[in-house]
Design a protein around this ligand. Structure first.
Ligand code: PLP
Length: 274
């Protein structure tokens, strides 16, 4: 860890907290009701250790394999207390759900009954053998343009969305905490988040309590805060541009990595499936 990197992360973090405070004020909200979740995918465990020293305790990762490698690495740094809360924010494949249920504090990207069932089983086992001390917090992901191939339940398929939320509610090892969405590329962020907020309102009506909203990234967090986000997931504005390739321990040659163009910045969706 170079001093430069530490200074850079310290500066970025301060600027980001400032930005979030201003966004909250502009929206007439309190900034302490909005969590700033650092997204550390593609960045090394040493950056996470630095952010930990700077006061961060929650981190967002998008792939099971990359997350478990970093968790193991950080566990070896004895200076770190075991109080990190890992958030799974990327696409969840059913065969990875078993693993995710053991390490994740929260999963933001739950979008199918099969994944709910697999996470419920895994989280229950982890509770039973005391590997985890609390149910897994679940955000159900909503697709705002109806393209479910990119993740999320079609926002207009309210029956399926409700059924999925109900399945989470029914699983003792899972807690439904809210909804999550990533606005479609080129969408008007305000319109997209307004639709998401409307859906949260609707689900809150029948489940009878306040739900959270995981919404907003580096480019659109102000719009998300205007529409009630309670958790902004920020990568680039904190960490800098993501490296072009995955960290060494998870590098694999895949057709998509071979076709990655030089200078191409990874999108939130990239590398989120395995
Ligand atoms: C990568 C990612 C982010 C962070 O995006 P930035 O634009 O770098 O802030 C947020 N949410 C999800 C689901 C992601 O995969």
């Amino acid at each position: 860890m170079t001093v430069d990197r530490e200074q850079q992360l310290r500066d970025n973090l301060a600027q980001l907290r400032d930005r979030l405070t201003r966004a909250a004020e502009a929206a007439g909200r309190r900034s302490d009701e909005i969590e700033l979740l650092p997204v550390t995918k593609f960045f090394p465990a040493s950056d996470i250790a630095t952010l930990y020293r700077l006061g961060c305790r929650s981190f967002g990762e998008s792939r099971d394999q990359e997350a478990t490698a970093k968790i193991a690495e950080l566990a070896e740094l004895s200076e770190l207390a075991g109080d990190i809360r890992w958030h799974m924010i990327g696409r969840i494949q059913r065969n990875k759900a078993r693993s995710i249920g053991t390490w994740a504090f929260a999963a933001h990207s739950v979008d199918s009954p099969k994944v709910v069932a697999a996470l419920a089983r895994s989280a229950q086992q982890s509770l039973d053998n005391a590997a985890r001390s609390a149910p897994l917090k679940v955000f159900v992901q909503v697709s705002l343009d109806g393209d479910e191939s990119r993740g999320g339940v079609d926002v207009d398929a309210s029956e399926r969305l409700d059924a999925l939320c109900a399945a989470v509610e029914d699983a003792p090892a899972l807690t439904l905490v809210g909804l999550m969405a990533i606005p479609p590329v080129d969408a008007d962020a305000d319109a997209a988040f307004a639709r998401l907020a409307q859906e949260r309102e609707r689900v809150q009506q029948w489940c009878g309590r306040q739900l959270e909203l995981s919404a907003g990234m580096s480019g659109d967090l102000e719009a998300a805060v205007r529409h009630g986000s309670t958790c902004v997931r920020v990568g680039t504005a904190l960490m800098g541009a993501r490296p072009l390739t995955s960290p060494p321990e998870v590098t694999r040659v895949t057709p998509s990595s071979q076709t990655t163009k030089p200078g191409h910045r990874s999108s939130p969706h990239e590398g989120s499936s395995q």
